[in-house]
Design a protein. Structure first.
Length: 174
């Protein structure tokens, strides 16, 4: 797996989940923007898995502190954890932010529920890519953005759906 080695004073070594371009010591294995990469410290110890984007000041967004792929089990587990957290706090299940990006371990993913409708924003390159040949969801970017970070030529879009099966379909708003 491709990855990056962070500098000794990188914030990711102190609990932060972002790696800024100025904190990269070296890149190995030729990662492609949107790839899942390994994060390592200067002693070659794994410090997590992240999504890579060379075109952003935030070159890596960590989503796990171990080796992890973005597969269906991962997304299902993280969404279930986010839902359970909000249920314990008695947040209205019909009107809530279901997933809130890094705070729920899904960088750049925001999922809101308004009654019978869901609105999905994918704001991090790679979170809408297939894993094992399957998409967990299909969506465009937030309708307020020009494009997802680093994705040239991709038009704005927004996704939504009904609660049964949580199927999302992209729609361009051009």
């Amino acid at each position: 797996m491709a990855g990056i080695v962070v500098k000794p004073r990188a914030r990711v070594l102190h609990g932060h989940d972002w790696v800024f371009s100025s904190e990269v010591l070296k890149v190995f294995g030729k990662p492609i923007d949107g790839d899942v990469i390994s994060l390592k410290d200067g002693r070659d110890h794994l410090i997590g898995s992240a999504i890579y984007n060379s075109k952003s000041q935030i070159v890596a967004r960590r989503f796990s502190r171990r080796k992890q792929d973005l597969d269906l089990d991962f997304f299902t587990r993280r969404i279930a954890q986010a839902t359970e957290y909000r249920d314990r706090r008695k947040v209205d299940p019909k009107l809530r932010r279901v997933v809130w990006s890094e705070s729920d371990g899904l960088p750049g993913v925001v999922l809101d529920r308004y009654g019978d409708h869901f609105v999905l924003q994918i704001l991090t390159l790679g979170m809408d890519r297939p894993s094992g040949g399957r998409y967990f969801w299909r969506a465009g970017c937030d309708h307020r953005t020009q494009r997802c970070a680093g994705e040239e030529g991709r038009g704005p879009g927004i996704a939504g759906g009904r609660p049964e099966g949580l199927r999302f379909v992209a729609a361009n708003l051009d």
